[in-house]
Ligand binder design. Structure first.
Ligand code: SME
Length: 163
């Protein structure tokens, strides 16, 4: 049977990420298209965790990220290198956890309901950043080291299959 990505409420966060990773690997096998994989990745993350907003910004040229596949409300379409949490993640090439978006200088508010955020870089086979995965919560401090580890494992699995 195909996985549903809906897990029992009693699972801890790390157990939920582990269950998702197993199902996710099964699900993405055999699909190399970047946009298709990002679209399904957004969907399964939202389904498994109920995130407020989850999606990708793709590196468009040397200066701009463009909005890619996502789940949630309509969002800003373009983010400049080094701007906001996404542009900073791209510039630094590292995961950024923001417990309170109001305390992050230059945070770009696509929705006033967003209170905390995590952004991870996505790499191609050469190691270059080709996109960022952005996840927003409507609660303060929603993301921690467990999310960082769990999401990095999902992104690593995605990086192995995309062209
Ligand atoms: N808050 C992000 C912008 C993207 S939206 O959250 C979907 C940022 O500061 O880069």
């Amino acid at each position: 049977m195909e996985p549903t990505f809906v897990y029992p409420g009693k699972l801890s966060k790390s157990e939920r990420y582990a269950a998702l990773l197993d199902d996710y690997k099964y699900y993405i096998e055999g699909e190399t298209d970047l946009i298709s994989t990002m679209a399904n990745t957004s969907a399964v993350l939202r389904e498994a965790f109920g995130f407020f907003w989850v999606g990708f910004y793709l590196v468009h040229d040397k200066e701009w990220l463009h909005l890619g596949p996502f789940q949630g409300s309509a969002a800003c379409t373009r983010i400049r290198l080094g701007r906001g949490v996404c542009g900073t993640c791209w510039a630094k090439g590292e995961t950024i956890v923001v417990p309170d978006v109001d305390a992050f200088p230059g945070h770009i508010a696509c929705s006033s309901a967003s209170r905390s955020e995590i952004v991870l870089p996505v790499h191609d086979k050469s190691g270059a950043v080709i996109a960022v995965l952005d996840i927003d919560s409507d609660s303060l401090g929603a993301f921690d080291e467990e999310d960082s580890q769990g999401l990095q494992a999902i992104v690593a699995a995605m990086e192995t299959v995309i062209d």
